[in-house]
Ligand binder design. Structure first.
Ligand code: KIV
Ligand code: NA
Length: 264
């Protein structure tokens, strides 16, 4: 079997050819992504995309584990990173380790991701020292939506840049192997990427990052109202609609099932 890409290999891509990544929550889509991505994120965005929630705050450890198992089973090459959901890691390094270890044992994923910069540095160090590779996530952190009052692009006010840059440096020094930078203006993304020796993975954070990630369903055209930073590479929404409509028409006209779908 092909050995999977490792966290140190992702880390070593700093400043090189851009790192390719997408989210996946599902075995069949993950198998396709696996052929092209360096890592696959089982993101807690699955709360919205798969389960119709308004934010990621309602996502549980059990949901992450169920989808994490599906993605690990469906893949063999890419590193699989599973998001730690809201409430599973913020309280203390010990609680974070216990839950991260459960995610890794139950899903067999190779790394976890958690949101937060300087405030999570102690926890990141605690996990990495105990065998859990950690991807950090700074800038716009969706699990904090109720404190921030929505999903807001970060860094429009230059006075805030020093905090974001300090967050990036703190997670890098704590041992994170990469850091997602979400929803920040281009010059801040550039400053953050320059400030750290680990790869920055951008989403809504310009081409200046060391890699990019998008939510798969967003780039496939399944989100009826995608954020500005999404580029739609495939019109799956329209294709699914047409297929469902054709099926409905054929069932009603008894054209389906036909000769080829019938046991004689
Ligand atoms: O949950 C998610 O999909 C994410 C990515 C967008 C980075 O955290
Ligand atoms: Na997430």
């Amino acid at each position: 079997p092909i050995r999977r890409i490792t966290a140190p290999q992702i880390r070593a891509k700093k400043g090189g050819e851009p790192i390719v990544s997408l989210t996946s929550y599902h075995a069949h889509t993950a198998a396709i992504v696996d052929r092209y991505a360096d890592f696959i994120l089982v993101g807690d965005s699955l709360g919205m995309v798969m389960h119709g929630m308004d934010s990621t705050v309602g996502v549980t450890l059990d949901m992450m584990i169920a989808h994490g198992k599906a993605v690990v089973r469906g893949t063999k090459r890419a590193l699989v990173v599973v998001d730690m959901p809201f409430g599973s890691y913020e309280e203390s390094p010990g609680v974070a380790f216990r839950n991260a270890a459960k995610v890794m044992q139950d899903t067999q994923c190779q790394a976890v991701k958690l949101e937060g910069g300087a405030r999570m540095a102690e926890t990141i160090r605690f996990l990495v020292d105990r065998g859990v590779p950690v991807m950090a996530h700074i800038g716009l952190t969706p699990q904090s939506t109720n404190v921030m009052g929505g999903f807001k692009t970060q860094g429009r006010d230059e006075a805030t840049w020093k905090h974001h840059i300090a967050d990036a440096i703190a997670v890098a020094e704590a041992g994170a192997f990469a850091v997602v930078v979400e929803g920040v203006v281009e010059p801040l993304a550039r400053e953050i990427t320059r400030a750290v020796d680990i790869p920055t993975i951008g989403i809504g954070a310009s081409a200046d990052c060391d890699g990019q990630i998008l939510v798969l369903e967003d780039m496939l055209g399944l989100n009826p109202k995608p954020p500005k930073f999404v580029k739609v590479y495939g019109a799956l929404g329209g294709m699914i609609e047409q297929a469902v409509k054709d099926y409905a028409d054929e069932v009603k006209s008894r054209a389906f099932p036909g000769e080829g779908q019938t046991y004689r």
